[in-house]
Each structure stands twice: as C-alpha cells, then as structure tokens.
Ligand binder design. Structure first.
Ligand code: NAP
Length: 355
C-alpha cells in the first residue's frame, strides 16, 4: 500500500514537472512534439546542474578600456541589459541596436548613472529580424565609427508561434541567426580595423545549450511543413555555432586580428520564457535559474577576458569550454551551412561589408 502511494506520488511529481516545464503552453500533439519536449526537459535539467556545479567559475573581471567601442543587439532588458551595465563599467562606448531607442536608454538609465558614468551609451534603432533595418543600422555605425572593437550578437526570441518576417524567413531563424550573420558581415571591416596583434577585436554570439538538439533543415529551413517552436529555436541556436566555427576558420586563414566565440549564458530567469509553461512557476525560476546579472557574466567574459585571447571558435559556458553539437566539430558541415547562408543573402565575399 505504502509502496503504491509512493509510486503514485512519484509519477504525479514527474507529471507536474513535465507540465510546468514544457516549452509551450499547449499540449504536445504528435510523437515528434513529445520527443522535442522530452529532449528539452533533459537539456534543461543538465543545464541547471551545470550552472549550479560551475557557479564559482562563472566570473568575469571588469577592467577599464575607455578607447573601446562595443556594439550590442538588444540590451534593453534581460541578459543584454546586464551586459551593457558591465561594458559601461569598463568605460567603453556602447552602441545598442534596439527596437525602441528611447525606452532602451531609460532602461539602462534606471540601473546606471549615465551622467556620472565614464562609459558612453548610444541607442540606435534596429530590428534584427529585418534585413533592411540591419543594413541601415550597420550603415549608421560605419558612418560614425572607423573601428568597432566588440560586436555582441545578443538579441533573441524563443518558442514563438510560427511567423514569417518581411524578408520571408521564419522568425527564430531570421532574428536569432540571419540578421546577426548579416550584421557581422557588414561590420567585419570595422572589426578588422580595430583588432591589433595581441588584442583581437571580438564577435560574441549568444547561443544556447539547446544547440545540442538542433538540426539544420536545409529542405525546409522555415519549417513550413512541420513547425514546432522548440525545433525552430534549437535550429537557430545551432546555426549560430556552425557559422561561428567557419567564420573563425576564414579569419584565421587571412590572419586577421578578429576572434569569434559563442556562448551559452546559462538558464536565466528572463522574459525569454514568455511562451513556455514555466511562466506558471515563477518561484521555481527565481530559485533555480540564474539572475540576468549572472547570465551576463560568460558573455562579457567572452568579450573581454584576456585569458581567451587568440582562442576564437570556442563555445563557452559558465566561464569555461562547454559541450556543443557534434556537427559543429566537422569543418565541412560548418562550411556547408555558412555557404548556404551566403547564398540566401546573396553575399559573394563574406566580411567585405558590402551588401
Ligand atoms: P529577453 O529578456 O527576452 O531579451 C531579449 C532581447 O532581444 C530584448 O532586448 C529584445 O528587445 C531583443 N530582441 C528580440 N527580438 C528583437 C528584434 N527583432 N530586434 C531587436 N532586438 C530584439 O531574453 P534574454 O534571456 O536576455 O536572451 C538574450 C539572449 O540569450 C538570446 O539570444 C537568447 O536566445 C540567449 N539565451 C538565453 C537563455 C535564458 O535562459 N534566458 C538561455 C540560453 C540562451 P525587445 O525589448 O525590443 O523585444
């Protein structure tokens, strides 16, 4: 009897855990959707354990670098806001590419004394899911600055319902990946101008541990035939890693002083989870997820830490190297996807800044 009760309780708890940590508020409708959910739950648990286990390693030392210019996408809330706070504390000039520059400046102003800060904040309009907006943003940066030291591709969306952007791309693919792929291409000449021997300019792509379950669906990149938000998100996060790895190969070949790294910031309590069932358990998130401040640490570490100078192409998590998708270890797979992206955007020579 006691044993039966124990099992009943155990199964009940498992069911509750499953229901409250689903990537969507809907119920899975097919085996494909169930499988995706189970894989997310597994990665979520492993991710939380990794965050707890490596909490002591998850640190970044801030130091003054007033001559450096950093460009970040997003930054008005969540992890990005805390990244901006840290970069300003290093006395950098920080250019935020945001959808609403006025409210973004107010958001930063609420946590940083912008009048006293030696760091300088500039907020520019950018919708990274819109290729024309990316082009216009990059153009404004190029007109204003002759060099860019850091580019942090941070903006992102997760588990959003199916939507095509004005350019005809699925919104996760467009926002999390393609817009950033284009922005990096357009700003690379300025990054190359900033990098020096022993002091690389850096690109940091904010990816996610869910890259591990990602798959690039070349035949249907938008997921028109079978769309599931979790699959679209993991595809976009794997895309960031494949592109990072191949771009570093190209940069190394031309001996340029630019390095590109990719980061999993941890499982962080932000609005990113707005479409997931975890919104019903805010206390759980408060207790077990990282705060946005902690989530910003490895991203800033990737951007400024001298210990990883010259180590481009690495995937960082909790202040150290982390496990990533096996495809990203295969140069031919990275190159194939990179070329595919260039073809989508009709880029002939990646990194020449022309579009
Ligand atoms: P968040 O709090 O939801 O912030 C998302 C940011 O992206 C906001 O600044 C948002 O600006 C911006 N953004 C979204 N779509 C945009 C667009 N089309 N154009 C310009 N900006 C746009 O999420 P977060 O947790 O800080 O996420 C930051 C990054 O970390 C994302 O790339 C995410 O995938 C990654 N990440 C997060 C977690 C986590 O657990 N939170 C885990 C792994 C990876 P608006 O205010 O204009 O929407």
């Amino acid at each position: 009897m006691l044993l039966a009760l124990f099992w009943l309780l155990f199964v009940g708890l498992l069911l509750c855990a499953f229901l409250f940590s689903k990537t969507t508020k809907e119920f899975p409708k097919s085996w494909f959707e169930w499988k995706t959910e189970f894989r997310y739950q597994y990665l979520g648990i492993v991710g939380l354990i990794h965050d707890a286990h490596y909490a002591a390693r998850d640190r970044v030392a801030l130091y003054k670098q007033p001559d450096r210019i950093a460009v970040i996408t997003g930054g008005n809330r969540g992890i990005g806001l805390r990244i901006v706070e840290k970069l300003l504390a290093c006395d950098m000039t920080v250019v935020m590419g945001v959808r609403d520059p006025t409210s973004a400046e107010a958001a930063v102003g609420a946590i940083v004394d912008l009048k006293e800060s030696k760091g300088k904040l500039i907020c520019e309009q950018l919708d990274v899911g819109d290729l024309k907006s990316v082009q216009a943003f990059a153009q404004r940066i190029k007109e204003r600055y002759t060099k860019v030291d850091l580019l942090l591709n941070n903006a992102g969306i997760m588990f959003a319902p199916f939507k095509l952007t004005a350019d005809g791309y699925e919104s996760h693919f467009a926002t999390n990946y393609l817009g950033h792929f284009l922005l990096s291409h357009l700003l690379l000449p300025r990054l190359k101008a900033a990098g020096k021997p022993g002091k690389n300019a850096r690109i940091v792509n904010v990816s996610s541990c869910v890259n591990l379950i990602g798959r690039i669906n070349y035949k249907d990149i938008n997921g028109n035939q079978q769309y599931y938000p979790g699959t679209a998100y993991s595809q976009s996060k794997l895309a960031q890693i494949l592109y990072t790895r191949h771009l570093q190969t190209l940069l190394d070949a031309e001996k340029s002083h630019v390095q590109v790294n990719v980061v999993h910031p941890g499982i962080v309590d932000t609005d990113l989870f707005e479409h997931s069932a975890t919104t019903s358990v805010p206390m759980f998130k408060k207790l077990f997820f990282k705060t946005p401040e902690r989530g910003s640490r490895t991203v800033v570490f990737a951007a400024i830490d001298p210990s990883i100078e010259g180590q481009g192409g690495t995937y960082l998590s909790n202040g150290g190297k982390g496990p990533f998708h096996p495809d990203a270890r295969k140069p031919e797979k990275c190159e194939k996807f990179f070329k595919f992206s260039c073809e989508l955007l009709k880029i002939k020579q990646y990194g020449n800044g022309e579009y």
